[in-house]
Design a protein around this ligand. Structure first.
Ligand code: ATP
Ligand code: MG
Length: 749
């Protein structure tokens, strides 16, 4: 637990003290339309954590008001995630759908009070009548319907007499409200769809704004904690509970910042696309940012909770560096898991002066890990080492085995190379070595100096295992979609060799493979005949090095701990901006929130907009790329101008360059201040949309992959993504993904 209290706990304590609430009851209210991800872990950690800290309880509630997307398998995944993270909802598993009759009665009550009416405008009219931020909306003529008419129509809506969209039920609040969400919000809509729990009982479903507050009230929730994008929904939340004159105590809504992580996509919708597109092997693919994915990969619940604790509960949306999550798992495993030896890419070493065999007692844990245990390491004249631990012509600074440099075999002896055996192609197939009998680890009297110790396995007793080496799923810091997938996110090593105790001793299921990283026995595919290990994380952050090498500029450091602070309500100016952004400009609420709350960003954004009318694309670049630069420097130090940003966006909008290439262009602009058009011209980055240029590449890829073509034609349509990806890769990201998609689909028909 952090020592300082976060703003939510401060509120809870105040409410307990003042008697505003007697018992702390929270809830985690996911929609069962996908597997929960690391963002949900944060919400689980907050809601269950607060309930636990103040001796209350937390409900797990499935917010299942959207019948077309929800499913039992997601309910199960959500239950499993909460339990795996170590929280107990006991009997407190609820479904909003169980309250449908009750919510319906509340709607009737509102109608009878004259506070809700059936409206029959078309969807388009509804939007139009809502007005603009600075301009009041106007009320529909149907708002004049009498209570009797409304009751009658609403009942007939429920009985299925109307089609989807023909009528809606609305709250009668204020069409001129500054908060546009309060302009007669929808309470019910008609949807003829089968619900996974209520079947065909209902063809009208309550909207989030109506169902959520009433579900909270029904369950006696004291603190309804949600993410920032619901800030403007808080007024409706309170309006419903007050107007229905519900007895105290009532629940109150509080907002915190949602978690975003770089190199990751997080929304369930995007994750579903990866699953359905076959880019990953299901929701629990170890590369997925889902709880099920982390679990299968070998992350511990402790490491994820620790991560949630470290990032804190903040008021401003921000991006956390994925390296911080990787740090947490590494840190946790470092203190817990046994060290063993596994050779991923073996090369044989024959020790010509060793005769017979022995077993070396080797501790599982280094001295600074407070755990005990050891295993026997068989040793004989034939062993395997990692092929890159030997070099015939080493560069300067190479500390491992060479023809002139001895090396220590970890826990065993020092060996030196006597001869290198090669095949007819000149590839090294074997190393002939000698060992020093006096050099045994722990009782070395040989006096031989070595510069490093390497891992190894004994040939006769080593077991062959499969090792799945996972890396980040996306290679782009702010990935957009499948075109940003890291092609090397998974490599499968079929014939790694592991010391026998790992298989027979079954001492643990997570290990550090010396010098390689942390690994986990795959819970699904591991069998005694075919042991399978997943790489959890490397020993060091290999990405930090990679980016440093290619980019001299220091990367922004993820803040170790974010400042805790109360969510400051938006000022009137910010609120108006937010409404304008989401309403008029059509930005999503997350982007709008970031922009509205940041004066620098919103003024930068405004300036770009005065040059180019492309609100959504401009907002995205300002909130992501420009904001990232501004974290490291003052606005006056930026190398690029608003005009250049607009120019770059225009090139994407008019399809001169792909969104992939646009990122490259931005990187150059940020460093050099060159004009985007100039960069594109100099580097020949113009997007290729001409089918006559793309088709030959497609033909080539089809010719090279007959197996996948056959599989595709046999019905594995997921492989479409594979072919598209290959074409994009071949063109260095320059091909127009839309055109490629169409052409590939056409070709494979
Ligand atoms: P997604 O966009 O991924 O589908 P959501 O917000 O629609 O997410 P829900 O299932 O409705 O997902 O969310 C359940 C709870 O988890 C909500 O209270 C929501 O605020 C919270 N939550 C979702 N994503 C995050 C996140 N990235 N960080 C923190 N909390 C989150
Ligand atoms: Mg959602």
């Amino acid at each position: 637990m952090s020592e300082s209290k976060d703003f939510l706990r401060t509120i809870v304590e105040k409410d307990l003290e003042s008697g505003k609430c007697k018992e702390v009851v929270t809830r985690f209210p996911p929609e069962p339309n996908g597997f929960p991800h690391i963002g949900h872990a944060k919400s689980i950690f907050i809601n269950f954590g607060i309930a636990r800290d103040y001796n209350g309880h937390c409900n797990l509630r499935m917010d299942d008001t959207n019948p077309t997307k929800e499913d039992t398998k997601y309910v199960e995944a959500l239950e499993d995630a909460v339990q795996w993270l170590g929280f107990d909802f006991g009997d407190n598993l609820y479904f909003t759908s169980d309250y449908f009759p009750k919510i319906y009665d509340y709607a009737i009550k509102l109608i009878k009070m004259g506070k809700a009416y059936v409206d029959s405008l078309t969807e388009e009219e509804l939007r139009e009548y809502r007005g603009m931020v600075k301009e009041a909306g106007k009320r529909s003529k149907y708002a004049e319907r009498t209570v009797e008419e409304n009751l009658n129509l609403f009942e007939r809506m429920k009985n299925g007499e109307f089609k989807d969209g023909e009528h809606v039920l609305r709250a009668k609040i204020d069409m001129g409200a500054a908060n546009m969400k309060m302009r007669d919000p929808l309470l019910y809509r008609i949807k003829h769809a089968h619900h996974f729990r209520t079947g065909d009982d209902w063809c009208i479903y309550p909207m989030y704004d109506f169902a959520h507050c009433l579900s909270d009230y029904t369950e006696g929730i004291s603190h309804s904690i949600c993410t920032l994008e619901f800030e403007n929904n808080r007024d409706i939340y309170n309006w419903v509970l007050e107007e229905l004159e519900l007895e105290l105590p009532r629940p109150y809504q509080h907002e915190f910042a949602r978690l975003g992580i770089n190199y990751t996509v997080m929304s369930k919708r995007k994750l579903l696309e990866l699953v359905e597109g076959g880019q990953v092997n299901g929701w629990d693919d170890p590369r997925m940012p889902t709880i099920a994915g982390y679990k299968r990969r070998g992350y511990t619940p402790e490491s994820i909770l620790n991560f949630c604790d470290q990032i804190g509960i903040a008021k401003a949306n921000s991006m956390v560096d994925v390296a911080q999550l990787e740090f947490c798992i590494r840190d946790d495993l470092n203190k817990k898991v046994p060290r063993v030896m596994c050779v991923l890419d073996p090369i044989k070493v024959t020790i010509q002066n060793y005769d017979g065999n022995e077993e070396i007692d080797a501790p599982y844990y280094p001295h600074d890990v407070p755990k005990e245990g050891s295993r026997k390491l068989p040793f004989s004249s034939e062993i395997y080492i990692e092929s890159d631990d030997f070099m015939e012509n080493p560069p300067k600074g190479y500390f491992r085995l060479t023809p002139d440099q001895p090396v220590r075999l970890k826990h065993a002896y020092i060996i030196s190379c006597k001869e290198v055996v090669k095949d007819t192609n000149g590839n090294i197939t074997e190393i002939i070595a000698e060992y020093s009998p006096e050099s045994k680890s722990g009782s070395d009297t040989s006096g031989i100096q070595v510069k490093s110790a390497i891992h190894w396995v004994d040939a006769a007793s080593a077991k062959a295992v499969e090792v799945r080496v996972y890396d980040r799923l996306f290679k782009d810091e702010t990935p957009e979609g499948i075109e940003d997938i890291n092609p090397d996110s998974l490599s499968v090593i079929k014939d790694a060799l592991i010391e026998p105790a790992v298989i027979t001793d079954k001492h643990d299921d997570r290990f550090q493979f010396e010098r390689q990283g942390y690994f986990y026995t795959d819970p699904v595919d591991y069998t005694d005949e075919k042991p399978v290990f997943n790489k959890i994380v490397g020993l060091k952050d290999s990405w930090a090095k990679k980016t440093k090498a290619s980019e001299p500029k220091p990367k922004p450091q993820a803040k170790k701990v974010q400042v805790d602070g109360e969510v400051v309500a938006m000022s009137e100016v910010q609120k108006a901006l937010f409404e304008k952004y989401t309403g008029e400009f059509g930005l999503n609420s997350e982007v709008a929130n970031i922009l509205a709350r940041d004066e620098h960003l919103s003024s930068f954004y405004k300036e770009t907009l005065s040059i180019l009318n492309s609100p959504v694309s401009l907002a995205n670049i300002v909130v992501n790329e420009v904001a990232r630069e501004l974290k490291q420097m003052q606005e006056s130090e930026l190398k690029f101008t608003t005009k250049q940003i607009a120019e770059r966006v225009k090139m994407v909008d008019d399809e001169t360059i792909s969104s992939k290439i646009a990122k490259v262009v931005f990187e150059v602009m940020a460093k050099s201040g060159e004009d985007p058009t100039q960069i594109v011209e100099d580097k020949g980055l113009v997007q290729i949309s001409d089918p006559s240029k793309i088709l030959p590449i497609i033909d080539e890829i089809i010719a090279k992959n007959p197996d996948n073509v056959a599989k595709f034609k046999a019905g594995n349509t997921k492989l479409l993504g594979f072919f598209v990806g290959q074409v994009l890769k071949t063109t260095g990201g320059k091909a127009n993904p839309k055109v490629v998609n169409e052409l590939v689909a056409e070709k494979l028909k």
